[in-house]
Design a protein around this ligand. Structure first.
Ligand code: ATP
Ligand code: MG
Length: 361
């Protein structure tokens, strides 16, 4: 079988990023050769320690290497300074801009049912990542009764259309996986467009109509993708009452930010939840947690968020079979529940959880 070599940039960053990214690399190296995949790796600097050493949090060399050499990347976590620090800016925000990673994709999945949520949770939040209130165009001025501050909320057809198209593609792929692996048979492909167009008829109104038009493309219809809409406040209510009702949720930047952190809380530990920053032809996996300085250096960080981020990156690079292998190995570890890290109530070390998952590959 002809093999494909993927070059992956490794950006461990700070804190437990340096413990979980090596686990991500190991899982790629342990994938069965029959998948026809090879990997080469390049280590790249970024983060607060890098800033303290060399005065930049995101070196130009890191950006250029990712642009010129890499198919994908794995990003650990970065610490941020506790007070505003001159010259420091977040490397992850910089990377999203420089590589035009316009989507933040966050799957939230439960493996073991809980009393609060007996039905399986298996949803994905697709957050637009380039505009909305995050264009950061703010001003403050003196009004007749004191200071007034304003921020621009910018929504474009282009950004709304491409994010909804990505949501449609993700829904199509998830349905294909359910059909072929006999996953939750009752679940059907569904994209929920989230907005507040009853109040913001122009900005959220444009997001809503553009997203709907993008999702009404024939290819999504043919794949059986259903479209529904929900106002963001009632979405929050229903998401926390009945998360099993959702499949793919697409949202503008701010609502997506809030929903995706909220949804992560549905499945227990931050150490379980992956994400990917995705652009055209490039994907960067990133666990949702931060650098967790409180547990750094103890070999107790849960590696699962990172391992699932590796799988997610592979999905966006077109390697669904390899991704499925990793998801299954992780789910099997969780379902058995014998080798769990402390955040999951277990006693296993980062390296022991990783080894258990590697064995299951
Ligand atoms: P940062 O400023 O980098 O975000 P933080 O102090 O906010 O760091 P987080 O990484 O956001 O820390 O984590 C919040 C809490 O969740 C911490 O108590 C941390 O120990 C725990 N936690 C985060 N990630 C993991 C993980 N992978 N495994 C176990 N516990 C984790
Ligand atoms: Mg944090």
């Amino acid at each position: 079988m002809a093999s494909r070599t993927l070059r992956i940039g490794l950006l461990p960053g700070d804190g437990i990023g340096r413990e979980v990214i090596p686990a991500g690399r190991k899982v790629l190296e342990a994938l069965p050769k029959s998948l026809g995949l090879d990997f080469s790796f390049v280590h790249l600097d970024a983060g607060f320690d890098e800033f303290k050493k060399n005065g930049v949090a995101l070196p130009e060399k890191t950006v250029e290497t990712l642009k010129k050499e890499c198919d994908g990347a794995l990003f650990g976590a970065v610490s941020s300074p506790s007070t505003p620090t001159k010259g420091y800016s977040s490397p992850i925000v910089g990377l999203r801009k420089r590589l035009d990673l316009y989507a933040n994709v966050r799957p939230v999945k439960s493996v073991v049912p809980t009393a609060a949520f007996p039905d399986p949770i298996d949803l994905v939040i697709v957050r637009e990542n380039t505009e909305d209130l995050y264009v950061k165009e703010e001003k403050t001025y003196d009004g007749p009764d004191g200071k007034v501050a304003e921020a621009i909320k910018r929504i474009s057809e282009r950004a709304s259309s491409r994010i909804a198209t990505m949501a449609g593609e993700i829904a199509t792929r998830r349905q294909r996986v359910r059909d072929t692996t006999g996953g939750d048979a009752a679940k059907k492909a569904l994209v929920t467009i989230t907005h507040k167009s009853n109040v913001l008829s122009q900005t959220d109104g444009l997001f809503r109509t553009t997203a709907r038009a993008a999702l009404e493309q024939a290819r999504f219809k043919d794949a059986g993708v259903k479209i529904e809409e929900q106002i963001v406040d009632s979405m929050v209510y229903k998401l926390f009452r009945q998360p099993s009702a959702y499949d793919v949720i697409v949202a503008p930047n701010l609502y997506g930010d809030i929903l995706s952190d909220g949804a992560a809380a549905l499945v227990g530990s931050l150490g379980l939840v992956p994400s990917a920053n995705v652009g055209d032809g490039f994907a960067m996996g990133e666990p949702c947690h931060g650098s967790a300085p409180d547990i750094e250096g103890q070999n107790i960080a849960n590696p699962i968020a990172t391992l699932r981020s590796v799988a997610l990156m592979l999905e966006f690079l077109g390697e669904e079979a390899a991704a499925a292998k990793i998801y299954q190995a992780v789910d099997a570890n969780l379902a058995e529940g014998k080798l769990l890290s402390p955040d999951m109530g277990g006693k296993a070390k980062t390296t022991e959880v990783t080894e258990d998952i590697l064995r299951r590959l």
